[in-house]
Design a protein around this ligand. Structure first.
Ligand SMILES: C[S@@+](CC[C@H](N)C(=O)[O-])C[C@H]1O[C@@H](n2cnc3c(N)ncnc32)[C@H](O)[C@@H]1O
Length: 255
């Protein structure tokens, strides 16, 4: 397999695990997992992907709750450096794509500071899986020539975005980590003139067996978000295709 990042043998491979289903794992990611001696993974990596980690590999779950985000980040950096320094083949497994809201930079910088080479294998981000689940494309000729990937909150609290731009007709945004800020997002968009009837699709546990699709509008977004319990992407400006929605209802009826 070609080395995708560096001419040096990587000590650490950052691997995007995709949103949950093993079917969304790339072949490169699968091979890296098979060759790993240590796998350090996050909370949002799906069970199907975790099941592919070889039994002989040391598996470290860094997603356990109980310590604050910065302490957790320091612990992850330290574990990456320590195992790579010891000469083990390390895979750092992150949910979705490692370069989207994945704190990849902090970890790359820790490795660089220690003089350790790494490579990055991208993964399917949850917005792609969510759009596929609702049977829509994220961009469409004549509707939106740009896609915004935004977070509902950042280190400072609710995240400010270009609400005026997003409020225009036909805009599409994939909102990550938006459950708690749904009312804030609604308020900001309406303040900038967004149509309350703008379609919104909420996709929870995208690509997993418990995937759920909720159809809402900007007017009903906060109520719909209250109903979410798992990780979800809010697709602003997109409605589920009738067929995709019917499939979810069928699955729920079967459950
Ligand atoms: C810290 S971000 C990580 C994003 C990840 N790197 C990616 O590319 O999907 C966590 C957020 O991603 C979204 N997410 C992750 N997995 C998901 C899934 N299977 N279904 C829906 N949303 C998901 C949720 O918005 C969640 O709050």
């Amino acid at each position: 397999m070609p080395d995708l990042h560096s001419h040096l043998t990587p000590a650490v491979t950052f691997v995007g695990a995709g949103p949950g289903a093993a079917a969304h794992l790339t072949l490169g990611a699968f091979r890296a997992l098979q060759e790993a001696e240590v796998v350090i993974h996050d909370r949002l990596v799906g069970d199907e992907v975790l099941a592919l980690i070889p039994a002989a590999a040391l598996r470290i779950d860094m997603g356990k709750e109980g310590f604050g985000p910065s302490a957790a980040q320091q612990a992850i950096n330290a574990a990456l450096v320590a195992h790579a320094m010891a000469g083990r083949r390390v895979v750092r497994l992150k949910g979705g794509d490692c370069g989207i809201f994945g704190r990849l930079d902090e970890e790359m910088e820790a490795l660089e500071a220690a003089g350790l080479p790494f490579r990055i294998l991208p993964g399917v981000t949850s917005a792609s899986a969510a759009a596929a689940a609702i049977g829509q494309s994220l961009t469409r000729r004549g509707r939106n020539a740009a896609l915004r990937i935004v977070t509902g909150h950042d280190m400072a609290g609710f995240a400010e975005q270009d609400w005026r731009g997003l409020a225009r007709e036909g805009e599409v945004a994939a909102i990550y980590m938006g459950k708690k800020s749904a009312r804030f997002i609604q308020g900001r968009l309406m303040m900038h003139g967004a149509n309350p009837a703008t379609p919104v699709a909420l996709v929870e546990n995208a690509s997993r067996p418990d995937q759920r699709i909720l159809a809402a509008t900007l007017a009903t977004l906060p109520e719909a978000a209250r109903d979410l319990s798992g990780p979800a992407v809010i697709l602003y400006g997109l409605a589920p295709r009738a067929a995709a929605l019917a499939a979810t209802e069928l699955n729920e009826a079967r459950a």
